[in-house]
Design a protein around this ligand. Structure first.
Ligand code: ARG
Length: 368
């Protein structure tokens, strides 16, 4: 099968399903498919209507097997930025995404969609993993900041950016336009909402100096709809507490805080059987949920999220759609067996539209 055939097959499958879901008439569907066929034959591509793009991005969320938050798939706010031409326009669209999604703490699930690639030619290439992310530095005293960001931080520095070297330096936006070298922009402080982590009972928690940003905006995945590849399409939901409390701040290769939390709680860290790690994880998660709530920033605990996912399962069944999921990601990292997800199976089949990993635009910089 050649590229045009593949594209047509993907387009046909997507348009048929999309138009059915949008309750469009058979005539409308047939006419649109005819139009797309001609466009593909003459130009080698076709262009989604805003309606197709919007619904396609929502379907892609619905099909994201690893996401526990899919009940809300149809509420996604889609920003159509396929018209952007310049780096300045991309920067403005990304700033706008951050502000719109943050919404003063009442987080709005959103996606900003830039021009799709064409014959592997990419119009906009984003380097950031998330639009807001903390830098990480290797120093003679150990790692400062987020170890997950070591590589990108080095690349930003190689391009002239300089961080303050706190544990929470916000990385600049880094992206490039088609054939141009990458550009970097610091995020204006006013548009990045962060939450200081405090504990409702242990005042000393505050001394750990922990915080996290409000909105996780994944910027390095590719949205594929009907054979069209949107390689630059940053999207966000809101956090589930465990992502921060059981992973970002707890993992040894991230902020590695469990020992310090345990010492604040006065736990015996010399014996595994004291379950000090478990206790530390739970209290860290209590602190994260408490802090986001106090700050008026949307967050969901894993029990509520699992319950919402159960509603999603029912909804999919009612809609006679096949439910797909990746059990290894759907179970929360804290008390997984206390959710229904743990006790059943999910079929981990890839259905499109969907969001996919793609190759990083940068290569590792060798250590000097
Ligand atoms: N786990 C990632 C993080 O901690 C974010 C992934 C997306 N999460 C979400 N709730 N939409 O930054």
């Amino acid at each position: 099968m050649n590229n045009q055939e593949t594209l047509w097959n993907e387009a046909e499958a997507f348009i048929s399903l999309c138009y059915e879901e949008l309750n469009k008439s058979n005539e409308e569907k047939v006419a649109r498919l005819h139009e797309i066929k001609e466009e593909i034959e003459s130009a080698g591509v076709y262009t989604h209507t805003t309606e197709e793009l919007t619904h396609g991005a929502k379907m892609a969320w619905r099909n994201s097997n690893r996401c526990i938050g899919r009940l809300f798939w149809s509420t996604l706010h889609v920003h159509d930025c396929r018209h952007v031409k310049t780096a300045d326009e991309v920067k403005e669209a990304l700033f706008h995404h951050i502000e719109y999604a943050t919404n003063g703490g009442k987080i709005r699930p959103s996606i900003t969609i830039f021009p799709p690639e064409h014959h592997r030619q990419q119009e906009v290439v984003i380097y950031n993993h998330q639009l807001v992310r903390y830098a990480g530095y290797e120093t003679e005293y150990g790692i400062i900041g987020d170890e997950a960001s070591l590589e990108l931080t080095k690349i930003c520095e190689a391009h002239g950016w300089k961080g303050e070297r706190t544990h929470f330096d916000i990385l600049p936006l880094m992206f490039r336009m088609k054939d141009q070298p990458p550009v970097l922009y610091d995020l204006p402080k006013e548009i990045v909402l962060e939450v200081d982590i405090t504990h409702p009972e242990y005042e000393k928690f505050h001394d750990l100096g922990l915080k996290w940003y409000a909105v996780p905006i994944i910027a390095d995945m590719k949205l594929e709809i009907g054979g069209i590849h949107y390689n630059a399409a940053p999207f966000n939901g809101w956090y589930m507490g465990t992502e921060i409390g059981a992973r970002n701040l707890a993992d040894e290769h991230r902020y590695n805080m469990l020992k310090k939390v345990a010492s604040i709680l006065g736990l015996d860290t010399t014996k595994n059987v004291s379950l000090w790690k478990d206790k530390a994880i739970v209290e860290l998660n209590v602190a994260v949920l408490h802090s986001y709530r106090e700050a008026g920033v949307t967050i969901v605990d894993h029990h509520t999220a699992a319950h919402q996912f159960k509603q999603f399962e029912k909804q999919e069944e009612r809609s006679e759609r096949r439910l797909t999921g990746d059990w290894t990601w759907l179970i929360p990292p804290v008390s997984p067996a206390a959710t229904h997800i743990f006790h059943r199976n999910y079929e981990n089949a890839i259905v499109k539209p969907n969001y996919f990993y793609q190759e990083k635009p940068y290569k590792r910089i060798e250590k000097a």
